[in-house]
Design a protein around this ligand. Structure first.
Ligand SMILES: *Cc1c(COP(=O)(O)O)cnc(C)c1O
Length: 369
């Protein structure tokens, strides 16, 4: 008999909390007929740019298109190699492939982020860019990665889909390179009611290029300047995201509280490796996910499932060098080892402190047996 069910994610509960504010907002946008590239999009873009302290933020259709447009605007293309971690969503590497370049996979370190120690030995004469992925709401060791990029004449394009608001040495994820990208997929920390994404940059040429690329290559004058895409952020989503951005600091605060609770209860367990606890040191983490490594992982997940605690393994349990049809480099022993041990505990603001205590109790019971 289970005493409670804790779903991994609970969209309806989260919607219910904001419904009173959101319904009038949605009604106002729809009643005004403001569907494509209207004031809600402009407002959201300027609010996002101000939040991240960057010059330009451009809303696009989703986080994957944000990467494709950022790469294209940075002139990455045919014959170029781009370094990207194997422990990421396949979209990071897909974006590289879609601009005609080749993804070259890099190991992750013990915090599951791009390992700067492994990065440099993967550089060849074809390498043009590094794509650090700021996974799980934490920023990689960017001082080291920037140093390697500078010494080798490479540009940096950050996949910050999971890290809006995370910082390293006081600087925001997404602002370290020539461009950074975000996703507003519903389960992301700033999640819309559908797909959405953004490119941020301080480079006016990259911003101008993304602005053209996302809207069929069209200049506001109507002139078509180049081949483009249809990859705009819907005005309705922009309005919703703008509202959520205003309440975003509470979202992060609560996620950091939950991470501290997990850490407080589970830190002593030999069988687990936890992410670093929330701190205000070099790393300010926003805990998009709470990704642990566990001995007897699959048995632990099965036990938790029976106890009503729903966990997942990101992207179905495979890192991207493990998809044979993609033909990527496979010499990644550290990532390979990690891939047999990693999993996500529930992490979102629908969880109560009692939920977290219950989850931790179940985990402790499993390892005591
Ligand atoms: C979510 C995500 C993306 C893609 O975002 P979409 O909006 O779903 O296209 C890319 N990279 C990472 C690391 C992600 O988590």
């Amino acid at each position: 008999m289970t005493s409670r069910i804790i779903p991994f994610f609970n969209y309806p509960v989260l919607y219910e909390r904001q419904k009173k504010d959101l319904l009038p907002l949605i009604d106002e946008i729809l009643s005004g007929g403001r569907y494509i590239m209207q004031k809600e999009l402009e407002n959201f873009e300027s609010d996002l740019a101000r939040y991240l302290d960057v010059k330009y933020a451009l809303g696009v259709a989703d986080g994957t298109m944000a990467l494709i447009l950022a790469l294209k605007a940075s002139n990455i293309g045919l014959g170029d190699e781009v370094l990207v971690p194997s422990h990421t969503f396949v979209a990071s590497a897909a974006a590289i492939a879609h601009v005609g370049a080749t993804p070259v996979l890099v190991e992750c370190d013990w915090t599951h982020l791009m390992d700067p120690g492994d990065l440099e030995r993967r550089i060849t004469s074809k390498t043009k860019a590094i794509m650090p992925v700021q996974l799980n709401g934490r920023v990689a060791e960017m001082n080291k990665i920037i140093d390697i990029a500078k010494r080798n004449g490479l540009i940096i394009i950050e996949d910050a889909a999971q890290a809006l608001g995370a910082k390293f040495k006081g600087e925001f994820a997404g602002t370290f390179g020539v461009a950074g990208t975000f996703s507003f997929y519903p389960s992301k920390t700033l999640g819309g009611f559908g797909d959405g994404g953004a490119v941020v940059t301080n480079d006016s040429r990259v911003a101008d290029s993304v602005r053209l690329l996302r809207d069929h290559g069209r200049h506001p004058s109507g002139e078509v300047m180049q081949w483009g895409f249809n990859s705009r952020l819907d005005n309705l989503q922009a309005g919703i995201l703008g509202y959520k951005l205003k309440h975003y600091s509470k979202e992060i605060e609560r996620r950091r509280e939950i991470a501290a609770l997990y850490h407080g209860s589970l830190d002593g367990l030999e069988a687990l490796k936890l992410p670093p606890p929330p701190s205000d040191g070099d790393h300010f983490d926003i805990f998009q996910n709470y990704e642990i490594e566990a001995d007897y992982r699959d048995e632990l997940r099965a036990y938790l499932d029976v106890q009503g605690v729903k966990t997942i393994i990101q992207w179905g349990g495979k890192v991207i060098h493990q998809y044979p049809s993609l033909g990527l480099n496979k010499d990644l022993p550290m990532t390979e080892l990690m891939s047999r041990r990693y999993m996500l505990l529930p992490m979102n603001t629908s969880l109560s402190n009692e939920d977290i205590s219950y989850i931790c109790e179940q985990i402790l019971t499993f390892y005591r047996r």
